[in-house]
Design a binder for this molecule. Structure first.
Ligand code: SF4
Length: 693
């Protein structure tokens, strides 16, 4: 009997990066075994248990595809022909329209090595400023708010294990019981210890129902709610004057700003009863407390200010940097943290450096062997990039790695039209996603269990992804694709890239050295030996940094910055024509655009439109009936799901599904002025009965 091949690695999906063992049997069947790792402690969710099913899935792409100009059909092609086609097109487009006519769109699921190589490829080989990634749609508001207040953005600035020791946890806009079940076990423990949990969500999600107290504000009013909590804390003498005086700046402006958020006004703005506001403020001030935000607070045209309001509250209560206390953001994508540190963002260079900082440009120019003036950028953000595609002044080509923007971008009818207008769309993926289906050329790539690399989870812990087996014949790794394209683009580009992830990581260490997200002391050997290393880790003889802000913040004076913020209305409020709020989100069985999880037999999630029974009755809709949801931008249809766990003025639909059920056909294009995050979480719609049962 042959001994199965085993490898210890991590789940391919969300930012928990749960530990798992992959065990390959003689018949190639791959078994998933949960392993003990701090984020999952031996548990996995349905997505993790079924993750190996995609490895040998019949939808797996194993040959490049080129669109036949005669009949417009994607047809199998050789790698040689595919590369020739791509490079000829890129060179032609750049000759006619300039270097910025090529756009690169990355993903928050790419390994650190790929994220770094993709950012370098855009700036060094293509010399285009136009690179951004789907993480802009995920946690960019929290990232911008944390940088503004703390000088650094690390999702959780403390290890997850500290959650169990908090007396109070406030969860804003996160349904972790569905999106990250192993995370929810920490919450269960905290409640079992007698801890208080308060959830803020317009829906009574599984997470909100498990909480001690659920606040259900009107969508788009979280900022007013946070300012109201701080108002109460100040009025009741709950704030930490000593912490404010010694560790922060700017509190007086915030004190003035929240003076106008008296409880009766906040109750009117948010719909949350005064008694619940008071209970929440007092609970947060009664011991160790943690405030967590996620997409519900962040995916708004005022997402940065909303997160800032919760950070102001945390600072006033003296929470950041103390054991069992603090503020954190629940990053969603598998490498949402690392993906935003290494240069995929239009405005950033590796090490979380700002691209318009002369010192950062000089540092990266040295690593990349070019002049600082030659580094292009800053570019424009993800939605702005997508909405400019194919326009007179916009990019004429886009290279997509690890993303499916046809499903995940807002205002999707429009953005899909822009994508269709491109002269060249290249998609590197392992299945024919909805975006790949529109491509001129598709390159079949390796999957997570077929290549080595590192990821950085929501705690800032650098982890090792390990290959179980080689990629199937006919496929290539993303790093190999980037290296080959760089080589064929000419000059000495080929010599500056490498398809070996370990070599890329060594360069990444040099690139991030001295930056905010410093990986200089992180080696693959250390990550293996310690089962993860927290950044910043500036040298190999220093330990990683599990908890930030114990002594100082990453600002020039070491103090956290209070920033006054004011409530403002949502970009598109309800009116007579569109009288309901729409909010979108995730379900347990699906991950992001669903391109992977919709293909797995055991994950049976279906689209639906969730609404209150009173609303359904007023619209003449019964449970299970197909209904039509319409916004100013588009329409979607899906069966009605009736529940009293949602406000009667709001409907919810998950965004994982394509075709007629595509939720982002409805969402709008209002952007946060700082993070450029689209307002996914609220727009105005009307709902009508569709076809009869
Ligand atoms: Fe863990 Fe997230 Fe994977 Fe589920 S999807 S097993 S919560 S990493």
């Amino acid at each position: 009997m042959t001994t199965p091949v085993e490898v210890a690695t991590h789940c391919p999906y969300c930012a928990l990066q749960c530990g798992m063992i992959l065990r390959e049997h003689a018949d190639r069947r791959v078994e998933v075994v949960a392993r003990d790792f701090p984020t999952n402690r031996g548990g996995l969710c349905q997505k993790g248990w079924t993750a190996a099913e995609l490895l040998d899935h019949p939808d797996r792409l194993t040959t490049p595809l080129l669109r036949d100009p005669e009949d417009g059909v994607l047809k199998p092609a050789s790698w040689e022909d595919a590369y020739d086609f791509i490079v000829t097109k890129i060179k032609g487009i750049q000759e006619r329209h300039g270097r910025d006519a090529i756009a690169v769109f990355g993903g928050g699921g790419l390994t650190n090595e790929k994220a770094y190589a993709l950012g370098k490829f855009a700036r060094v080989a293509l010399r285009t400023k136009n690179i951004d990634y789907n993480g802009r749609f995920c946690m960019s508001s929290a990232a911008a708010a944390q940088i503004r207040s703390f000088g650094v953005d690390r999702g959780l600035p403390f290890p997850m294990a500290e959650l169990s020791h908090a007396d109070t946890i406030l969860i804003v806009g996160a349904n972790v019981n569905e999106t990250m079940p192993p995370f929810a076990r920490y919450l269960t423990e905290q409640r079992a210890r007698g801890g208080v949990q308060i959830a803020i969500d317009p829906r009574a999600t599984a997470t909100a129902r498990a909480a001690t107290l659920h606040l259900a504000p009107t969508p788009g009013t979280d900022l007013a709610l946070a300012n109201g909590l701080l108002h109460i804390a100040i009025m009741e003498g709950l704030i930490d004057e000593d912490y404010i005086a010694t560790r922060t700046t700017g509190f007086d402006e915030v004190r003035k700003a929240v003076a106008g958020y008296w409880p009766a006004r906040v109750e009117r703005l948010t719909g949350v009863p005064i008694a619940d506001l008071e209970t929440t403020a007092r609970a947060l001030a009664s011991g160790r407390a943690i405030i967590l935000t996620a997409r519900g607070a962040e995916q708004h045209s005022k997402g940065v200010d909303t997160v800032t309001a919760f950070i102001n509250l945390a600072l006033a209560l003296g929470l950041p940097g103390r054991p069992g206390s603090g503020y954190g953001c629940l990053t969603g994508q598998g490498n949402g943290q690392g993906g935003r540190e290494h240069g995929q963002k239009a405005d950033q260079l590796p090490g979380y450096r700002k691209i318009d900082d002369p010192a950062a440009r000089a540092h990266m120019a040295e690593v990349w062997g070019m002049s600082p003036d030659e580094i292009p950028g800053p570019g424009i953000s993800a939605y702005e990039l997508l909405s400019a595609l194919g326009t007179v002044d916009g990019p004429k080509a886009m290279l997509v790695f690890g993303s499916n923007p046809v499903i995940s971008a807002p205002n999707a009818v429009y953005t899909e039209a822009r994508i269709r207008d491109l002269e060249l769309l290249l998609v590197a993926d392992f299945v024919l996603s909805e975006t790949a289906a529109l491509a001129d050329v598709v390159l079949p790539t390796a999957q997570w269990a077929e290549e080595d690399g590192t990821m950085t989870n929501l705690e800032g812990r650098v982890l090792r992804r390990r290959a179980l087996r080689k990629p199937p014949p006919g496929t290539g790794t993303d790093l190999a694709v980037i290296t080959e394209l760089a080589s064929r683009l000419g000059g000495d580009y080929g010599a500056r890239f490498d398809s070996d992830p370990r070599v890329v990581f060594e360069e990444l260490r040099r690139a991030t050295a001295g930056g905010v997200a410093d990986y200089a002391g992180v080696t693959w050997e250390r990550v293996d030996a310690e089962d993860g290393v927290f950044w910043p880790c500036p040298s190999v003889d220093r330990a990683g940094t599990p908890r930030l802000f114990e002594v100082s913040f990453a600002t020039p004076d070491g103090r956290a910055r209070f920033v006054p913020v004011e409530h403002r209305p949502v970009a598109e409020d309800v009116d007579a024509d569109y009288p309901l709020y729409l909010t979108t989100g995730r379900v347990l069985t699906q991950y992001q655009s669903g391109a992977q999880t919709r293909r797995i037999r055991g994950l049976q999630g279906k689209p639906f439109v969730e609404m209150h029974p009173d609303l359904a009755a007023s619209l003449g809709i019964v449970a299970g009936q197909e209904c039509r949801v319409t916004s100013r931008r588009g329409t979607m249809t899906a069966p009605a799901r009736l529940t009293e766990h949602i406000r009667p003025d709001t409907v919810f639909t998950p965004f994982h599904f394509p075709g007629a059920a595509r939720a982002n056909s409805l969402t709008g294009d209002a952007l946060d002025p700082i993070s450029r995050m689209p307002e996914f979480k609220v727009c105005a719609v009307r709902v009508e009965p569709g076809e009869d049962l």
